[in-house]
Design a protein. Structure first.
Length: 328
């Protein structure tokens, strides 16, 4: 798929992020330089003057929108964590690519209403403009949302991140943002939106990003409870004569209700304090620890308001551990 004013600027699956990983995430709002970048097929550079969005399928008024059209529509800001689901080829490996940002854009619901979406539509398909091969599959990147989620007020066609226009690397000039759901659903470089009465049939909804269950599979959609320890890091110098603050972030589609921390590799657990969230932001947790000299394995685990917990291992949201050394 090609358009005038658009070209690939990098090909192949790619990941960029801070070298320190989660231990670099020490601010409430994640600066762009510390926010991961992931692409399956490559980054695009799109001339904003040539960009357009086609809205079709089960709609009463098929619509084409230019960037200026979106800019003229009502905007909203929404704070949300933004997390990569990890490689669809290794779905049980915890990658912990996470940040907390403020998006600004046009609610997707307004665009769907403008196109007069039919009551027969049960899904909304969103297609990106990137192309190329991933895992021996060559097709456009397309995802879908159940209609209830697509019409949720926080789902945006985003134009900005942290108060700045989206760069090409971030999916600009316009990308979909689905707060509370894994980043794979927030399609970059959006080119078309299709209302349909069934799920999309492409590889990224059928072959990739589906987790096994007892009754079959389920889509990788809402983010399950997860937490990470930001501090201390393995490189920190800890002393037995000084209390140490263990702190980090916890997040999920549902609000996190409790966080526990272990300082002995999971032998015992202590309840940490948990801060509030804004929108679907992450939540800060803290625990003061008076350490004994020697090596320690720190762990954290959280639970959401529904009582769902982080698994110990073999999951993209598996319990996070940090090895530290305490000196005399």
């Amino acid at each position: 798929m090609t358009r005038t004013g658009m070209h690939m600027i990098k090909k192949g699956f790619s990941f960029q992020g801070p070298a320190e990983g989660v231990h670099a995430l020490n601010s409430w709002i994640t600066p762009e330089d510390d926010l991961f970048l992931v692409t399956h097929m490559g980054f695009l550079n799109i001339d904003p003057d040539h960009w357009h969005l086609d809205v079709d399928g089960l709609v009463g008024t098929p619509t084409r929108l230019r960037l200026s059209d979106l800019q003229a529509m009502p905007q909203r800001e929404y704070m949300s964590f933004h997390e990569c689901a990890g490689s669809p080829l290794a779905p049980t490996v915890a990658r912990r690519r996470i940040g907390n940002v403020v998006w600004k854009g046009v609610p997707l619901s307004l665009v769907l209403e403008r196109a007069k979406i039919s009551t027969d539509a049960s899904y909304v398909w969103t297609s990106g403009l990137e192309w190329g091969e991933y895992a021996e599959i060559e097709e456009a990147y397309q995802k879908d949302l159940p209609i209830e989620k697509a019409l949720a007020e926080e789902v945006l066609l985003a134009l900005e991140i942290n108060g700045r226009p989206l760069t090409p690397e971030r999916g600009g000039p316009v990308r979909l943002v689905v707060p509370g759901w894994y980043g794979t659903n927030s399609v970059k470089w959006v080119g078309s939106i299709t209302a349909a009465n069934r799920r999309a049939s492409g590889a990224y909804t059928t072959r990739f990003y589906n987790d096994p269950t007892a009754s079959g599979t389920k889509p990788v959609w809402d983010v399950t409870p997860e937490s990470v320890i930001v501090s201390p890091s393995p490189n920190d110098l800890l002393s037995a004569d000084m209390p140490t603050k263990i702190w980090g972030w916890a997040w999920g589609d549902r609000q996190i209700s409790s966080v526990e921390v272990s300082v002995d590799g999971g032998g015992s657990w202590r309840t940490a304090s948990v801060g509030p969230r804004e929108g679907r932001s992450w939540q800060r947790f803290e625990l003061t620890w008076s350490p004994e000299p020697g090596p320690h394995v720190l762990l954290c685990r959280c639970k959401n308001e529904l009582g769902e917990e982080q698994p110990v291992s073999d999951a993209r949201n598996a319990v996070h551990s940090v090895q530290v050394q305490v000196d005399f």
